[in-house]
Write a protein that binds this ligand. Structure first.
Ligand SMILES: [Fe+2]
Ligand SMILES: [Fe+2]
Length: 347
């Protein structure tokens, strides 16, 4: 499979690296997570049914679960073009999973270098292996589809600011809370909308690992922020605010500002972006709900922001900044907590 974009990008990172010569276990929760991670390792090569045939006539996203299917303009397209659109959008989403997992692989390795606790380093090493497996499993699946798209511009930017942060807490916020919150929501939603058994199986295994990654962010970051000097806490909160602003900005973009990769999707299925924008706007004016099914999780609102509030990564000062930036505040943890409970049972 060849790509039409640059395949290498080099960044300079200023992060502090920390040796730890005390091998005592003081953080029981981290030690437990490390044990759990060792017990639940799996092999992307042999534990999946790679012989499963992906039916090319059946798009990965079922028609009744595809938000754009409700748009009259999309309905007016020939059936084969509608199916191609669904197939390419699914490939675009899966490509984001793949590139995002590579970002997670590198940030987990960075955490191994930088966290101050011995058991934190052991845990982060298992997350690094988990993420390597996730990259492998999505890469294998995408190769079966034979369709790959570049990384979304805002996702790349979000992971870049995380990778080039100067403190491990910022890296854990950017990855374990913001990007993995987004990933968990997307994996959950994809598992609900796909009819492909192999993809469902992959998502199940990946989400089981992600449960540990999110748990790590939840308690280790919270505990560290609590013990920080006020100035450092504000510095971390500023980073969380920037990450949220970046995420939010991605949702408001539309029309001619479509992401380059998404424009490639439209080009591949022969749809003029201006026609799609016009069609969606007309549908909205007619009261058509261009929305995914109601059982879909809204990662930003249900997972990310409540998780950041919970660990103290949003301070009264940055809360005000969010309001000024017209970013709605969501503190309700009910979806986050029920998702965590579900993941706990999977693990
Ligand atoms: Fe992952
Ligand atoms: Fe992860």
């Amino acid at each position: 499979m060849t790509t039409s974009w640059d395949t290498t990008d080099v960044l300079k990172a200023p992060m502090e690296v920390c040796w730890q010569f005390s091998y005592d276990i003081d953080q029981e929760e981290l030690s437990k997570l490390y044990s759990k991670a060792k017990k639940f390792q799996w092999n992307a090569e042999s534990d999946m049914n790679w012989d499963y045939e992906i039916d090319p006539s059946r798009p990965l996203i079922d028609e009744d679960r595809f938000g754009l299917s409700a748009v009259p303009f999309v309905q007016s397209l020939p059936k084969s073009q509608q199916e191609a659109l669904r197939a390419h959008i699914a490939a675009y989403q899966l490509s984001q999973f793949l590139h995002g997992e590579q970002g997670a692989l590198m940030t987990a390795a960075a955490l191994t270098h930088a966290v101050p606790d011995y058991e934190g380093k052991l845990y982060a090493a298992t997350q690094t292996m988990d993420e390597a497996r996730h990259v492998e499993v999505y890469d294998r699946y995408i190769k079966k589809l034979a369709m790959i798209y570049p990384m979304g511009e805002w996702l790349k930017k979000l992971i870049d600011i995380t990778l080039t942060a100067d403190h491990w807490v910022k890296i854990a916020i950017g990855m374990n809370m913001v990007v993995e919150g987004l990933a968990l929501g997307s994996f959950h939603n994809m598992r609900n909308v796909t009819g492909c058994e192999l993809l469902k199986e992959i998502l199940h295994y990946v989400m089981r690992d992600e449960a540990r990654h999110v748990a790590f962010g939840g308690f280790y970051v919270g505990k560290t922020i609590e013990q920080m000097h006020e100035d450092d806490r504000e510095d971390v909160a500023e980073f969380a605010f920037e990450a949220l602003k970046l995420m939010r900005g991605s949702k408001i973009r539309s029309g001619p500002q479509f992401d380059g990769g998404f424009l490639q999707v439209l080009q591949a299925v022969n749809i003029d972006p201006a026609d799609l924008v016009k069609g969606v706007m007309e549908a909205r004016q007619q009261g058509v709900k261009v929305k995914p099914p109601s059982d879909q999780v809204h990662a930003f609102k249900h997972l990310m922001m409540p998780a950041l509030f919970r660990v103290g990564a949003i301070t009264p000062r940055t809360r005000e900044k969010l309001v000024e930036a017209e970013i709605p505040i969501w503190e309700d943890r009910s979806v986050l907590e029920s998702m965590e409970e579900k993941l706990e049972t999977m693990a």
